[in-house]
Design a binder for this molecule. Structure first.
Ligand code: MRU
Length: 337
């Protein structure tokens, strides 16, 4: 069993894989500075909805490391605001920060506050590992024969505290003899598919190939894709699901080609405050991510550009949502899940 841990807390320091360098370089960064961890989240050195949540919980706990009691309130509030400002779409970030704030509110006068926050962050991480395992076990139920799967972005171990969501379903299915081949969308513009998902698939020994995002329809027309599984950054009560830009295109072409389209995510990705996808805040990224390709400029910097990091797939296009609590089919109603 090949275990990848994108984030690890070792002796009060956060160790994380610098995902911007993969797969060409496997660099581990180490920090106990919440500001540096916030920057890592903004730069996508740490990325993927659940991983962002876990890293932010650790960062918030570490914000009080070596801080005198009289400064706890000021430092904690500053760190909380800073971490909450890093990326707006993945709701797991706000779920984790909220859990940490509850511990702070309850124990802000206690001398062992730092130890309690530290313990809570470890708990959030351990819970995420368990959620990933359960999602994969539940996901196994969608497979009845050997299939070719397509996925978008990276919803694997790199994107979570554990072994992943959508990619962990694929991995478990492969281990049980249900996956023949994985098509990996490159995932423009930051290439989470061709860099990160491909890196993980190679480590797991799963047969795969990478393709441009625009190749997916052609693959389906040629009957080369049996089903699609993706992750999610935020799911509304009605099942509308935000995920990496291009996911909605994929759902539309799945509908046209009658290819089942699955979303796999923990219930911590469900936002009970969002009735539908219109209420999900979509992050806009720097247009340099389009005008440059890595370190090479490919078009004129002053060209106007539109660079949303995510889109929302309407519930009507989703075959089922796989969570740690079970598989949900339309009509979705996540209010009491
Ligand atoms: O911008 P990213 O790389 O953080 O976007 C990640 C995704 O869109 C993932 O599919 C999603 O977070 C699910 S990860 C288990």
């Amino acid at each position: 069993m090949n275990t990848i841990r994108a984030i690890e807390l070792i002796e009060e320091q956060l160790h994380f894989i610098n995902q911007t360098k993969l797969p060409l370089e496997e660099e581990i960064l180490v920090s106990d500075d919440y500001e540096r961890i916030a920057i890592a989240i903004e730069r996508l050195e740490i990325r993927g909805a659940p991983a962002i949540g876990v890293a932010a919980a650790y960062a918030l706990a570490l914000s009080l490391k070596n801080i005198r009691k009289e400064r706890w309130s000021e430092v904690f509030k500053k760190a909380l605001q800073r971490l909450a400002s890093t990326r707006p779409t993945a709701v797991n970030l706000f779920f984790a920060l909220n859990e940490m704030q509850n511990v702070y509110d309850q124990f802000k006068e206690a001398d062992d506050l730092y130890a309690r926050l530290y313990k809570k962050a470890i708990c959030i991480h351990n819970d995420d590992i368990i959620l990933c395992d359960k999602i994969a076990s539940n996901g196994l139920n969608i497979f009845t024969k050997k299939v070719r799967v397509l996925t978008h972005c990276n919803a694997g171990a790199l994107a979570t505290g554990g072994d992943g969501t959508a990619l962990n379903v694929i991995r478990k299915a492969f281990e049980n003899g249900f996956v023949e081949h994985v098509y990996t969308d490159e995932t423009r513009p930051l290439l989470q598919g061709s860099r990160l998902t491909a890196w993980e698939l190679q480590k797991y020994g799963i047969p795969f190939s990478i393709n441009t995002d625009s190749t997916a329809a052609f693959l389906m027309q040629q009957k080369k894709v049996d089903l699609v599984i993706v992750g999610a950054d935020r799911i509304a009560i009605n099942g509308d699901a935000a995920n990496k830009i291009g996911t909605y295109n994929l759902a539309v072409i799945c509908h046209y080609h009658k290819v089942p389209f699955y979303v796999a995510a923990p219930t911590t990705t469900i936002d009970k405050k969002c009735l539908n996808g219109d209420e999900i805040k979509i992050e806009l990224r720097d247009k340099k991510e389009l005008t440059w390709f890595g370190s090479k400029q490919i078009t004129l910097d002053y060209f106007p550009a539109y660079c949303p990091a995510f889109d929302v797939t309407p519930n009507a296009l989703i075959t089922a949502i796989i969570t740690e609590k079970g598989i949900y089919k339309p009509p979705f109603d996540f209010l009491h899940v």
